[in-house]
Design a protein around this ligand. Structure first.
Ligand SMILES: NC(=O)c1ccc[n+]([C@@H]2O[C@H](COP(=O)([O-])OP(=O)(O)OC[C@H]3O[C@@H](n4cnc5c(N)ncnc54)[C@H](OP(=O)(O)O)[C@@H]3O)[C@@H](O)[C@H]2O)c1
Length: 246
């Protein structure tokens, strides 16, 4: 029987692949036989990729001119992009009352406008064939995230972008889905995981009583990139140890 979960041979472009969740996904797809291109924002953050069989790319997703060229470059190198994974993201742990306008703007530029531009560029490059988009959102997109209000608003926007694009582009053979991680052990969650006291508090709140590992997002990404999810679009998969089920 054909393995419906396989991504072998597929060309996959992952943003924010230099660290954390994106790195775990990039390495797993590479191991599964995909041809992976990984984006980081700085040359030094992607220097490990070539040795791991991943094609490195450097650029700023918030730069309005960057993504169309990047998509073209990946297509030129790998012949196509079967799956785009929009994972690059930034947060800001600040009380709502002292969140600066420029902080909010930066979160919007990276998490929302950068991601939207990547979707647009991918759609334009693949409008004849169709494609698969996976957006990495967050449970903060649909539950309260105190001290992360601006971030949670951007992730809510990612969920709505995902649903609307899925419906708008379904007739062009695109599938657009989202993954919503809970608290995952990466640089981004250092405020929560960095001190023993905060970590213990977070673990007590999580039904599974532990912080997630970046590798625990891999299964959802492989599923959404593969034929196993061929009739699925506009949906979100939550990977949060039960937090949002409470
Ligand atoms: N960790 C969590 O608890 C958690 C929970 C829910 C959702 N998420 C989401 O999961 C995704 C990955 O998070 P993470 O925890 O793995 O974060 P992370 O460890 O902080 O890594 C962030 C990644 O995004 C890249 N990036 C940031 N700004 C960029 C820009 N302007 N242009 C290009 N790349 C940029 C970084 O590249 P450099 O290495 O070059 O800086 C890095 O690869 C994010 O969308 C995040 O919102 C995370």
């Amino acid at each position: 029987m054909q393995d419906i979960f396989t991504v072998a041979g597929k060309s996959v472009f992952i943003t924010g692949a230099s660290r954390g969740i994106g790195k775990a996904i990039a390495l797993a797809f590479q191991k599964a036989g995909a041809r992976v291109t990984g984006l980081g924002s700085r040359p030094e953050s992607v220097d490990w990729m070539a040795d791991s069989g991943i094609t490195p790319l450097v650029g700023d997703v918030a730069d309005p001119d960057f993504m169309p060229g990047a998509i073209e470059q990946v297509i030129k190198h790998h012949g196509t992009i079967d799956c785009l994974i929009n994972n690059a993201g930034v947060n800001a742990n600040v009380p709502a009352s002292s969140t600066k306008d420029e902080t909010f703007q930066h979160l919007l530029d990276v998490n929302v406008r950068g991601l939207f531009r990547a979707c647009q560029a991918y759609y334009k490059a693949r409008r004849k064939e169709g494609g698969v988009i996976i957006n990495v959102a967050s449970i903060a997109g649909f539950i309260a995230a105190p001290l992360n209000t601006a971030y949670s608003a951007t992730k809510g926007a990612v969920l709505q972008l995902t649903r609307s694009l899925a419906v708008e582009w379904a007739g062009s053979n695109f599938r657009v889905n989202a993954i919503c991680p809970g608290i995952i052990d990466t640089d981004m969650s250092a405020r929560v995981t960095g001190s023993e006291g905060n970590r213990a508090k977070a673990e007590a709140f999580i039904p599974m009583k532990r912080i997630g590992k970046p590798e625990e997002l891999v299964g959802a990404a492989l599923f959404l990139a593969s034929e196993a999810s061929s009739y699925m679009t506009g949906q979100l998969i939550v990977v949060d140890g039960g937090v949002s089920a409470q």
